[in-house]
Design a protein around this ligand. Structure first.
Ligand code: ZN
Length: 506
């Protein structure tokens, strides 16, 4: 075994090599951000080649034998003795990533990058023209490559485990299925009760005219008010909103505007700002290393959901923001705050996941989670996917999509090769409820602060407990450490019922 001075030198070298690879990763992210915001359509093929090339170079860096040797030396050293210390977590997580990555051949990495860049271009066209058949060959190729990837990495119970693990490290398909089933069992009766309620919000007030320029200005101000730093980020327009990090002080938010529907861009912006606020709160000195990176996509989503829903759709939030909203949008002049608050919390089964309300949202996720597992384990063929999709929408939500554009083609994820990603949205909802509960236990009721436009105490709590932790603990362990109990669907159900019961007179 090496002596402590040598071990420290090996660690420092590993840190500098990892940070350098992270810089290449940021360049790759920049190409990806541009591809989804400003790239001319005819430039897609060359961009796909650029991304494939860069992705291959990054893979080479991450899997270089000298990285493996350094990790091997450090894994058995004193530096790794506490797996949750900054240094220990960096070694533990880098070892985990190295072990996974060295199992995937570089040709497969490059093939996946090329297939998914072309897949996303093909999806944009297919969605625009309601042409699933035009997208089908690309999707079949992506799924074939994802299964190959799962087999190369290996798994204990099912191939889907290996894919889920990319987004929610250490989570198991069987465990996620169990928690989501518990949620579904309590959610379905609540949604049914709401469907039968005689008291209903008037949602037509949200379908009036809201000019894009005014929405952009109002949404930007709200995102800044809750804590997104626009000196370290920006907001642009895209087809399917996302947030990406191009460096420690460069967080890119995106949104899309609908002039006839207020919530789409506004809550989309708050959602992406929640992601961005998390990225801006990660430890800067650890940028590019696991201790400076998000814990999991589930934790990432918990931050966006918390700001979008638990804060942005709360009554207290609109005690503060409704007057400015009325000033900005003349179409809200004759509306009361109570009418507006009820309308933005409307619950009813709908076709589009990203427009879905908080209560039915998880049913959209459960549908995708089940279909993904069926596609990966061969129970469902891509050719049968539109029919399987429509059948599940009828079964869980009681509605059938009128076309594929508003059905199976609505999400970018599969075209981008993101299998195993969807369940992290629901995990995010569950984590968010548990974290928000604990924050109120620690700091008291937030409503009086929100009503005054004060969000700094909640932000500070999240910075200290969630953001600064980086990847020092796996997601489920982190939540349990903070909230004092394991992941559970009850806090989310209690939160939903507590808010919706007065609105619907339950
Ligand atoms: Zn999100």
């Amino acid at each position: 075994m090496a002596d402590p001075a040598t071990e420290t030198a090996v660690y420092d070298e590993l840190v500098s090599a990892t940070k350098e690879t992270a810089m290449l990763g940021a360049v790759e992210s920049l190409l990806g951000w541009d591809e989804r915001t400003y790239l001319p359509t005819k430039a897609a093929s060359y961009r796909a080649d650029q991304q494939a090339l860069l992705s291959g170079i990054i893979h080479q860096h991450k899997t270089a034998p000298k990285i493996g040797e350094a990790i091997q030396t450090l894994a058995s050293s004193d530096l790794a003795s506490d797996p949750n210390s900054v240094v220990g977590a960096n070694i533990r997580c880098l070892k985990r990533e190295y072990d996974k990555k060295t199992k995937v051949p570089q040709e497969l990495v490059e093939a996946l990058t090329r297939a998914t860049v072309l897949g996303q271009q093909s999806w944009v066209e297919a969605r625009k023209n309601d042409d699933f058949e035009g997208f089908r060959p690309q999707l079949e190729e992506i799924i074939r490559l994802k299964i190959e990837q799962a087999q190369a990495v290996g798994f204990e119970e099912c191939a889907y485990d290996a894919l889920l693990d990319d987004y929610e490290p250490e989570a198991k398909t069987s465990e996620v299925a169990r928690v989501l089933a518990g949620l579904r069992e309590e959610l379905a009766p609540l949604v049914a009760e709401i469907a039968d309620a005689s008291q209903r919000p008037d949602v037509s007030i949200l379908h009036r005219n809201f000019l894009t320029a005014q929405q952009a200005s109002f949404g930007t101000q709200a995102a800044a008010k809750i804590g997104f730093d626009f000196d370290s980020g920006r907001l642009d327009v895209t087809h399917h909103p996302f947030c990406t990090t191009l460096g420690p002080n460069d967080i890119r938010l995106t949104t899309r505007y609908d002039e006839q529907f207020f919530p789409s861009a506004f809550f989309g912006t708050l959602h992406e700002a929640g992601h961005g606020i998390y990225e801006q709160g990660l430890p800067v000195d650890q940028h590019g290393l696991p201790a400076g990176m998000y814990a999991s996509l589930g934790i990432h989503e918990s931050q966006s959901r918390l700001w979008e829903n638990m804060v942005g759709r709360s009554e207290a939030f609109w005690d503060h923001f409704f007057a400015p909203a009325q000033k900005t949008f003349s179409s809200l002049a004759d509306i009361s705050k109570d009418q507006f608050y009820a309308a933005i919390n409307n619950v009813s089964p709908s076709l589009i996941r990203v427009e879905a309300d908080e209560a039915t949202y998880n049913l959209h996720i459960i549908i995708r989670f089940e279909l993904e597992q069926a596609l990966v384990n061969g129970e469902c063929q891509v050719a049968d996917l539109p029919a399987a999709w429509n059948e599940k929408y009828e079964h869980y939500l009681g509605i059938t999509p009128p076309n594929n554009a508003d059905g199976v083609l609505q999400d970018v994820h599969w075209s981008a090769g993101l299998f195993g990603y969807f369940p992290t949205y629901s995990l995010g909802n569950l984590y968010a409820a548990q974290l928000f509960n604990q924050a109120e236990k620690d700091l008291g009721d937030f409503a009086p602060q929100f009503a005054k436009g004060e969000f700094a105490p909640l932000l500070g709590w999240l910075r200290e407990n969630v953001h600064q932790a980086g990847q020092r603990w796996p997601a489920a362990t982190l939540v349990e450490k903070i909230a004092g109990e394991p992941i559970d669907h009850k806090p989310l159900i209690d939160y939903l019922r507590g808010k919706l019961a007065p609105i619907y007179g339950l």
